[in-house]
Each structure stands twice: as structure tokens, then as C-alpha cells.
Design a protein around this ligand. Structure first.
Ligand SMILES: Cc1cc2nc3c(=O)[nH]c(=O)nc-3n(C[C@H](O)[C@H](O)[C@H](O)COP(=O)(O)O)c2cc1C
Length: 162
């Protein structure tokens, strides 16, 4: 199993300066699950499945759809589990589970897979140490100053920087 919840604090509202969730204004570090932890949990799982290739693993952390679960299967898990998404779906997750099963059936049909073993772990070896990742050539490298990406997205008031 790759993750429990991750220690976290609720955000502070910029208007009231109160924590978004609090009791009498007080908060304590609590477990964060759901979408925010999926990439964190996947990183842990990749470490585990690579270190212990002959062991069985069950993925958990951030799963709500089959696309999420697929990450864990492709990294080598034989099963997956869901907590937060199920709690947010009638407390036990009837729709989440139905969508997971349907998503898996459609995925396998489309690709002609007969069982999970046809695709379990097939992306495990793509996770490598940073030194094995090819670097962009000096000419392509923009040092984090890509003009139209992320927080640099152009707006009418602030068009693309040259
Ligand atoms: C309210 C709540 C209670 C939990 N209780 C346990 C527990 O008793 N034992 C445990 O190993 N994990 C417990 N977990 C962690 C979940 O099993 C799971 O690892 C974590 O929530 C991440 O998965 P998720 O993103 O699907 O929620 C709990 C999680 C939540 C939200």
C-alpha cells in the first residue's frame, strides 16, 4: 500500500484571516487524501514496486476514476483501494466503484487486453533517476521562463512576453 493521508493544514481565508475549517478558530494538522495526493502517492508506489518486484502491491491515494487507478496498475499494483472519493459518494462509493469497473472494462476492451496481467507494471521501468532523463539542449532550455505556460498564461491585459 503506497500512502496513508498526508499531514496538512486547511488554507487561511484572505478576507477573514480564519482557517477555512476550524473549531473555535483553532486547527491541528490533519490527514489529506483525495486528488492532491495522487502524484505523491504514485511516487511512493513506484519506489516500492521497483524495490520489491516480486511482492504484491495495492495502490491507494487519490483514486476516484479508472484513469487514476490505471496509474497504479501500470506501476505494478495488482489491486487498488479508495477512501476519500468513496466517502464523498454516499459514504461508501457506489458510483465511484461502478465507474471504476466500467472504466476498466472499456479500457481492456478497447486495447484487447484479456486480464490485468496484460498491462500490470508495463510503465514501472519508465521511472528513473533524474540523471537518466535527457536534458533539453542549451538552445531549447528557457530556464523556467516558458512564455505561455502555467502562471505565465497570456491574458488580454498581459499578452505573450517576447
Ligand atoms: C477519515 C479517514 C480515516 C482513515 N482511517 C484509516 C485507518 O484507520 N487505517 C489506515 O490505514 N488508513 C486510514 N485512512 C487512510 C486511507 O486508508 C487512505 O490511505 C488515504 O485516505 C488515502 O487514500 P484516498 O486518497 O483514497 O483517501 C483513513 C482516511 C480517512 C480520510
Amino acid at each position: 500500500m503506497s500512502s496513508n493521508t498526508f499531514p496538512s493544514l486547511p488554507l487561511i481565508d484572505p478576507e477573514t484571516l480564519e482557517f477555512e475549517m476550524n473549531v473555535d478558530g483553532l486547527v491541528s494538522s490533519g490527514g489529506l487524501g483525495g486528488p492532491a495526493i495522487l502524484p505523491l502517492s504514485l511516487a511512493k508506489m513506484a519506489q516500492l514496486t521497483q524495490a520489491f518486484p516480486d511482492k504484491a502491491f495495492s495502490g491507494i491515494g487519490g483514486i476516484a476514476t479508472f484513469a487514476h487507478a490505471l496509474n497504479y496498475f501500470l506501476l505494478g499494483c495488482g489491486t487498488v483501494q479508495v477512501c476519500t472519493a468513496a466517502m464523498l459518494d454516499h459514504a461508501i462509493g457506489p458510483n465511484v466503484i461502478k465507474n471504476l469497473i466500467e472504466g476498466m472494462q472499456q479500457f481492456m476492451e478497447k486495447r484487447g487486453y484479456a486480464s490485468l496481467e496484460d498491462f500490470r507494471g508495463i510503465r514501472k521501468d519508465r521511472v528513473v533517476v533524474q540523471s537518466q532523463i535527457r536534458r533539453p539542449s542549451a538552445a531549447d532550455y528557457q530556464g523556467g521562463y516558458e512564455p505561455v505556460e502555467g502562471y505565465a498564461m497570456p491574458t488580454p491585459e498581459r499578452p505573450v512576453l517576447a
